[in-house]
Design a protein around this ligand. Structure first.
Ligand code: FAD
Length: 387
């Protein structure tokens, strides 16, 4: 058997037939529908909303939720593979799916009532309703428990005031899961587009995740019926539980970005003749390429073991932190090195490396910065909380 440069340990052989089928279906979608348009979407700062119905029909929205709620009942590893193959196309599309599935459908499923699940989940799985997740505020995302957004009870309703910043999908969202301080601790509310006092502003001039739509949410005394409150959880464990789901997917996604960069750069290095021989025939290029293959392979094994632990109900938050940290760092370093090996050609969106490198600047920052995840591991090792 000849080994693939992006799978030197044949990690694919460790997958079930069903997982391989999911990976192949999403890989086809990325090759046929995403890659032909994504460079242009990034140039134009446009989220390719026309792909949402197909993403939904492939079962990629709420993929791990039970069929009764519109999900596809997939396991954690299958969800990870979805993230990996989508991010081989672009981190923006993977972000869209992460937010819809892990940050919006998951809390409605885990913390909502049967009536709330029936009301929102099936249409979200069909891609007819888009969600966003509002936790971060402008004064400091790494420390979300200091949030100023607050909700006060008025009879059967709540009144919400405050704002959220850097919210993926916000400009295209039909509903927003918003986390707010209350007299009873942090609680989650489902806000619907058009509620009086609820407004959204798109964030412009991003140099990263340009094919993803990002915005700020503003709440000016928004009246929310108590039936829109996620009553099943109180305190920071609500939003943190959602982030744990999303971070799991994010530990897989960047593997796809790194594979895309390695494949593109390998092809280029074999073709590019400098000083009378292919760039790929030089020792320094080979060492760089070999090192990329090493890092991708170890990231895949890490993600797969995390997935198996998650499926067994045994994954710990610090394991998710380590995987998110390692795999984002692996991918951003590889994307930057690939950009270098592509020379000047690497600086345009005709090649993928620069786009992935720029996207990964967001991926390494959101859902807990690299430093935050390092401090989570440090706390687990030493017992001292350094935050
Ligand atoms: P800060 O918290 O101000 O951090 C600044 C720096 O300080 C970082 O380098 C950080 O590592 C470092 N730092 C923090 N704490 C410590 C410490 N104790 N010791 C040493 N250094 C420290 N949020 C949402 O709620 N929903 C979304 O959908 C969403 N989407 C996003 C999309 C994009 C494109 C981006 C860029 C962000 C998104 N975010 C979202 C916000 C994201 O989660 C935050 O940006 C992130 O948590 C970091 O917060 P911050 O930007 O305020 O940086």
């Amino acid at each position: 058997m000849s080994l693939l440069p992006h799978d030197l340990f044949d990690v694919r052989s460790l997958l079930s037939d069903e997982e391989r089928a999911v990976q192949d279906a999403v890989a086809r979608f990325t090759d046929q529908r995403v890659l032909p348009i994504i460079g242009r979407c990034f140039d134009d700062a446009r989220f390719p909303a026309e792909l949402v119905p197909e993403i939904a029909s492939l079962g990629l929205l709420g993929a791990t939720l039970p069929a009764v709620h519109g999900g596809a009942g997939m396991g954690a590893v299958a969800y990870g593979l979805i993230c990996q193959e989508l991010e081989r196309g672009d981190s923006g599309l993977r972000s869209f799916v992460s937010v819809q599935s892990s940050l919006c459908m998951y809390p409605i499923f885990a913390y909502g009532t049967d009536a709330q699940r029936a009301r929102w989940l099936p249409s979200m799985a069909r891609g007819e309703r888009i969600g966003c997740f509002g936790l971060t505020e402008a004064h400091g995302g790494s420390d979300p428990s200091t949030m100023k957004t607050h909700a006060v009870r008025h009879g059967d309703d709540w009144r919400l005031s405050g704002s959220k910043m850097w919210i993926t999908n916000a400009p295209i969202a039909d509903l927003a899961i918003v986390w707010a301080q209350t007299d009873d601790g942090v609680q989650g509310f489902v806000l619907e587009k058009g509620m009086a006092g609820f407004s959204v502003e798109e964030i412009q001039r991003k140099m990263s995740l340009r094919a993803s739509s990002t915005g700020a949410l503003f709440f000016d005394d928004v009246r929310i019926p108590d039936s829109n409150r996620l009553a099943g959880v109180k305190g920071m464990k609500g939003p943190l539980g959602c982030l744990d789901q999303a971070r799991f997917g994010i530990s897989w996604g960047p593997i796809g970005a790194a594979i895309a960069c390695l494949q593109e750069t390998l092809a280029h290095a074999k073709d590019r003749v400098l000083f009378g021989r292919p760039l790929a025939a030089t020792q320094s290029a080979q060492i760089k390429l070999a090192d990329m293959a090493r890092r991708i392979t170890t990231a895949q094994l890490l993600a797969l073991q995390l997935g198996r632990l998650k499926e067994a109900g045994a994954a710990q938050p610090q394991q998710v932190s380590l995987a998110k940290w390692n795999n984002c760092r692996m991918a951003i370093d590889i994307a930057r090195e690939c950009r270098d090996l592509l020379g000047a050609a690497g600086i345009t969106t005709d090649h993928a490396a620069m786009r992935h490198a720029l996207n990964l600047e967001s991926v390494i920052t959101y859902e807990g910065t690299e430093t935050v995840h390092q401090l989570v591991i440090g706390r687990a090792l030493t017992g001292f909380n350094a935050f």
